[in-house]
Write a protein that binds this ligand. Structure first.
Ligand code: ADP
Ligand code: MG
Length: 420
């Protein structure tokens, strides 16, 4: 059936877009042909459409497993806006009461629901599995699939139960999608989902408009940051700190220095958090000082700089966090303050966790430190980390390329960093 469909027409009719982005069309054709499909695409690349459009074309209901309850509602609302049909998309998660869930189930069984988002903790519930056994499933989409891997930045144990549950509900093609592309995570996902044979679609993770710089972290860091922000007047920026305490202190310090800044971390009550986030999105403030709790799913296209006050826990996290700059394709400066002794601080944070987790954490941290201490092209190292070779000798947009250090030193590091 896939051959008969004019996909561009379907795209236009259902979503109002004229053309596909990147690999979207090839991905969709592969899924429509009934193949397991693995999609590695950076954030903002347009992964959702890769399952949304096929769900509208195929018979039955596509089941989308996604960990982000807040985003689920956004996506379902967006789908409903596109569609004249009521009940075309639904979600099941812990935010729904019994009456709401009954309505969802009625719609699904009546056949009008093309897309059902399910939170992993709802998918593992016996009653939901029993219900889904009665459903004509078109395919399964596992979004944010890196949650399966302990090497990913957001491991969720329930994600490891997806394959057995699919087998129980009824085997159909699976499409797994993630913006986390390290070869280790990729292998983990494919193995765990039983899709080692899947067709893999990998987009480039290069973000040419982002400038990467690592600065030494000295006793003057606060002054350095204030000076930097003042040089970026009127522009939006995010500052990531490791601890909630530092977030609060720094936000206050910036305010005292006449900078429009607010804090954001998971320890604040949710009303204040939402308020501060909105103030940032609506540009009532210029700077949000945050822990990594800030940013997941936030789409502010014109963030002009991301500062890391402390070294991130992994290069993966670094890529995701810096990736929030310049999403509109315009300038984005990514500046990290680094001092070797912060590594011990981060290791201390890991104490008390299971040994295996600590080992993984240490390994990830060492890779980040190697990046920070390197005099090689930052872009090259980052992309290498994602299994991608960057061919240019000089990216022209990182500190090491713009201000090269001594050749000999760089050559030694080539072995140290790239031979991992
Ligand atoms: P991801 O999940 O990969 O981070 P999303 O699925 O959220 O990305 O899509 C990012 C943005 O791109 C959304 O605003 C979406 O509407 C838009 N988009 C997706 N596909 C297309 C397309 N073919 N043409 C134009 N915009 C698109
Ligand atoms: Mg997405």
């Amino acid at each position: 059936m896939a051959k008969e469909v004019n996909l561009t027409e379907e795209l236009k009719r259902n979503f109002g877009f004229d053309t596909f982005k990147g690999n979207q069309e090839a991905i969709i054709r592969n899924l429509l042909a009934g193949n397991d499909t693995f999609v590695l695409m950076p954030t903002g690349g347009g992964k959702s459409l890769c399952y949304q459009l096929p769900s509208l074309i195929l018979d039955g209901t596509a089941i989308v497993i996604s960990p982000l309850i807040a985003l689920m509602k956004n996506q379902v609302d967006a789908m409903r806006n596109f569609s004249a049909e009521d009940g075309v998309a639904h979600f099941i998660n812990s935010s729904l009461n019994k009456t709401a869930i009954d309505q969802v189930k009625t719609d699904i069984l009546s056949g009008k629901t093309k897309l059902l988002y399910v939170a992993p903790e709802s998918l593992t519930k016996e009653e939901n599995i029993d219900f889904l056994k009665q459903v004509n499933v078109s395919f399964y989409a596992v979004d944010e699939a890196h949650c399966i891997s302990e090497w990913g930045h957001d491991f969720r144990p329930e994600y490891r139960r997806i394959r057995p549950i699919i087998n129980e509900i009824g085997v159909r093609p699976v499409i797994a999608l993630t913006a986390t592309a390290t070869p280790k995570v990729q292998h983990d996902i494919q193995k765990n989902l039983g899709m080692l044979e899947a067709t893999v679609f990998k987009s480039s993770f290069n973000r040419p408009n982002l400038y990467y710089e690592v600065r030494p972290k000295t006793a003057n860091i606060d002054k350095d940051i204030i000076k930097y922000i003042k040089s970026q007047e009127g522009k939006s920026g995010i500052i990531y700190c490791l601890s909630r305490k530092k977030v609060e202190e720094l936000a206050e310090l910036l305010q005292v220095n006449g900078i429009r800044a607010l804090p954001y971390h998971a320890g604040m009550d949710s009303a204040t958090r939402t308020q501060n986030q909105d103030a940032f999105l609506l540009e009532k403030i210029d700077v949000i000082v945050a822990t990594i709790a800030f940013g997941m799913g936030i789409d502010k296209p014109d963030v002009r700089y991301v500062i890391h006050y402390d070294i991130p826990k992994s290069l993966e996290g670094y890529y995701q966090e810096t990736g929030r700059a310049g999403r509109d394709g315009g300038e984005g400066q990514c500046i990290t303050f680094y001092i070797n002794k912060d590594l011990q601080k981060l290791e201390k944070f890991m104490q008390g966790k299971p040994i295996a987790e600590q080992e993984i954490g240490k390994q990830l941290l060492l890779e980040t430190a190697a990046y920070a201490e390197s005099s090689l092209c930052r872009r090259k190292i980052l992309l290498h980390y994602f299994g991608e070779e960057y061919e240019e000798d000089n990216c022209g947009n990182c500190d090491n390329c713009l201000n090269p250090k001594k050749q000999v030193e760089a050559k030694d590091q080539l072995c140290a960093v790239l031979e991992t």
